[in-house]
Structure formats: structure tokens, C-alpha cells
Design a protein around this ligand. Structure first.
Ligand code: ADP
Ligand code: MG
Length: 357
């Protein structure tokens, strides 16, 4: 959303588009390219002609990152200002939205299995938004003369059920099934927010710890998937970073700033578009991914200034209630593939993301 747009509507929702490069397999099969990005004009063009049928559409976003955009470029242009807000004591949320295989996890977590961090604590080039945000937070806090604490939680939402990705217990089929029976409950905290009872809060003291936590979370996710026949494309993951900063005012009084950053790797968008597209199956689609559908409605209601924001209709939007709307910044990173075989899903992702503007 442009500045002008932001002022007119008074809502801070930014929508970005990222198109990944061709995969090796797409390159080998000479997959035709149907998506073209222009980072400067912030436009994405989708075009295809077969058998006299033409598709030619252009979408404009707040920012566009084509296949050659690096992790660092996206972070610096889109995320740095948001993390600065969080450090000032506000709650912000960043979503990755798109078809499975288009780079949501790559964008949010990145690929840094071996690389961890360099000798001077610098990040590997493949590091995504989460490690970069944690590094920006510690770089800023360590340079300030204030007491602070940084806590993170990492959870998964599958079928409207919450699983803790950081809980330390042994992973076995028995313990998982046990857990599956007693999912972590979501409760009102009496202050307008919600809390997940029993969710592990990990205190982080330096940026380098983040890779261990991410790895622990993803390992648990993978094991749960195999043991319980889950489909990872249907689950959302929510990584939240809460910062408390205790500052002294010039008058010698104590000031506590509390900010929260939510980083959400959403379920594959094909989970709503495909089942939701067929008439009469909307109900089933809702059951498949209530949170993904409700998120779209909540963002629409915020952008359109509707009186009623349906936060309560899904767990994801209940969890994020204190970080969506009001004095918060929201950023949606929509991810697409450049290749022809994804065309239908690409168009539906572009439409969804464009509606959120
Ligand atoms: P999703 O989480 O949306 O299902 P992934 O993040 O797992 O998709 O990405 C699918 C594959 O594409 C991964 O192998 C990932 O490394 C690769 N990939 C995605 N985006 C990019 C990118 N911008 N640059 C390079 N590789 C990418
Ligand atoms: Mg993923």
C-alpha cells in the first residue's frame, strides 16, 4: 500500500510479492515462464497464450521481489522498518502466503542448516526473516544502555489445534498421540489478549541461539508429520518474539517498553483456493483451513474499515488479535513460482494478496 493509500485508510498493511527462481527440475524440463517481475515499477505480469487463449494480467504491489532478489534485499527493504517499530514497543506481524513450494519457509526461515553463523556473528546469505530479525533485535539492544529480555515461542496450528514446537519432551508416537489428545488450550488473558496455556517460552540471550531453536522446532514438526500422517502444507507455524526493554527517563523514572513480532509461515494457499473454488464445498474448505480463510476476512475487514473484525472465528486470528489492526504494522509476503505449471495457483495467490491491499 502506498503512503497515500496508507494515510487515506489509516491501516498499516503492506503487501509484497516475491517470485522464486526456477527450480532445477523446472529448468531441466524447460518449463515456460509465465510470471515477469518489475521490481522498479512494483508490477508483476502474468501472461500465457495457448491455442488462441490469452491470459495477460498485471498486478501492482507495495514492493516486488523478482527471482534474483536476495534474502538480504527483502529483509532490508521490507522488514527492517517493522522490527524498528517492535523495538519501539509495538506489535507487528509478517505473513508468508502462497502455494506450497513457492518459498514461504525459505523466506521466513531460510536455509542455513550447515552455515549457522560466521566468525563475526554475521549471517549466512541464505538466512531468512526470522534469524535476521533476531540479529537486528540483539544488535540494537546490545548497543543500548538498557535492561532487556527477549523471549520466543514457536507453535504449529494444524486443524485448529495448537502444538508447541519448542516443548522439550521426548518425541515418540505415544507422547505425540497423548499430546494430540490434550492440545494446548487458548484462553483469554483478561487484558484483551489471549494466551496459550502450557506453551514453552524460551529466553534467548544472543542471536546465535536462534538456529538451534529453529532446528529444534523444524525437527519436531517433521517427526510429528511422519508419525501422525500430517501434511505440512496444511499447517501454519507461528514464531513470536517478545521484547521487554526497561529504560530510565531523564527524570529518573522507569519506562518499560514491550513489543512483539509475529512471524507466520502459513499453510499452502492451495488448501483454500482449490477446495474453496468449487461451489457448495466452501464449508469443507472452512474445515480444512478455517484459519487461512478467516485471516483473509480479518485483513479485508481491517483494510475496508468494517465495524466487525471476525478475529474470534479462528485460532490463528485469535492468537494474533493484539498484533493485527490498531497501532500495528502488518506485512504479507505473497510467494509465487515463475513456471507455467503453477499458473492457476499463481493467479489465485495474486488475487488474494491484491485484495488485502
Ligand atoms: P514453501 O514453504 O512455500 O512450501 P519452500 O520454502 O520449501 O516452499 O521452497 C521450495 C523450494 O524452493 C526449496 O527448495 C527452496 O530452497 C527453494 N526456494 C524458494 N524460494 C527461493 C528463492 N527465493 N531463492 C532460491 N531458492 C528458493
Ligand atoms: Mg514450507
Amino acid at each position: 500500500m502506498s503512503m497515500r493509500h496508507e494515510k487515506e485508510k489509516g491501516v498499516n498493511v503492506q503487501v509484497l510479492l516475491r517470485c522464486r527462481p526456477f527450480s532445477d527440475e523446472e529448468l531441466r524440463s524447460n518449463a515456460p515462464q509465465v510470471v515477469t517481475c518489475n521490481d522498479y515499477s512494483r508490477e508483476v505480469a502474468v501472461s500465457q497464450s495457448i491455442a488462441g487463449k490469452h491470459i495477460d494480467r498485471v498486478f501492482t504491489f507495495d514492493k516486488v521481489f523478482g527471482p534474483s532478489a536476495r534474502q538480504k534485499d527483502l529483509y532490508e527493504q521490507a522488514v527492517t522498518p517493522i522490527v524498528n517499530e517492535v523495538l519501539e514497543g509495538f506489535n507487528c506481524t509478517i505473513f508468508a502466503y502462497g502455494q506450497t513450494g513457492t518459498g514461504k519457509t525459505y523466506t521466513m526461515e531460510g536455509e542455513c542448516k550447515r552455515a549457522k553463523s560466521g566468525p563475526n556473528g554475521e549471517l549466512p546469505p541464505e538466512a531468512g526473516v526470522i534469524p535476521r530479525a533476531v540479529k537486528q533485535i540483539f544488535d540494537t539492544l546490545e548497543g543500548q544502555n538498557a535492561e532487556y529480555s527477549v523471549k520466543v515461542t514457536f507453535l504449529e496450528l494444524y486443524n485448529e489445534e495448537i502444538t508447541d514446537l519448542l516443548a522439550p519432551e521426548e518425541i515418540s508416537k505415544v507422547s505425540l498421540e497423548e499430546k494430540q489428545k490434550k492440545q494446548l488450550p487458548l484462553m483469554e488473558d483478561g487484558k484483551g489478549g489471549v494466551l496459550v496455556r502450557g506453551l514453552e517460552e524460551e529466553i534467548v540471550t544472543s542471536a546465535s541461539e536462534i538456529f538451534t531453536l529453529l532446528e529444534r522446532g523444524s525437527a519436531k514438526r517433521r517427526t510429528a508429520e511422519t508419525l501422525l500422517n500430517k501434511q505440512s502444507s496444511r499447517s501454519h507455524s507461528l514464531f513470536s518474539i517478545t521484547i521487554h526493554i526497561k529504560e530510565a527517563t531523564p527524570e529518573g523514572e522507569e519506562l518499560i517498553k514491550c513489543g512483539k513480532l509475529n512471524l507466520v509461515d502459513l499453510a499452502g494457499s492451495e488448501n483454500i483456493s482449490r477446495s474453496g473454488a468449487r461451489e457448495g464445498r466452501a464449508r469443507e474448505a472452512g474445515e480444512i483451513n478455517k484459519s487461512l480463510l478467516t485471516l483473509g476476512r480479518v485483513i479485508n475487514a481491517l483494510v475496508e474499515h468494517l465495524g466487525h473484525i471476525p478475529y474470534r472465528d479462528s485460532k490463528l486470528t485469535r492468537l494474533l488479535r493484539d498484533s493485527l489492526g490498531g497501532r500495528t504494522k502488518t506485512c504479507i509476503i505473497a510467494t509465487v513460482s515463475p513456471a507455467v505449471h503453477c499458473l492457476e495457483e499463481t493467479l489465485s495467490t495474486l488475487d488474494y494478496a491484491h485484495r488485502a491491499k
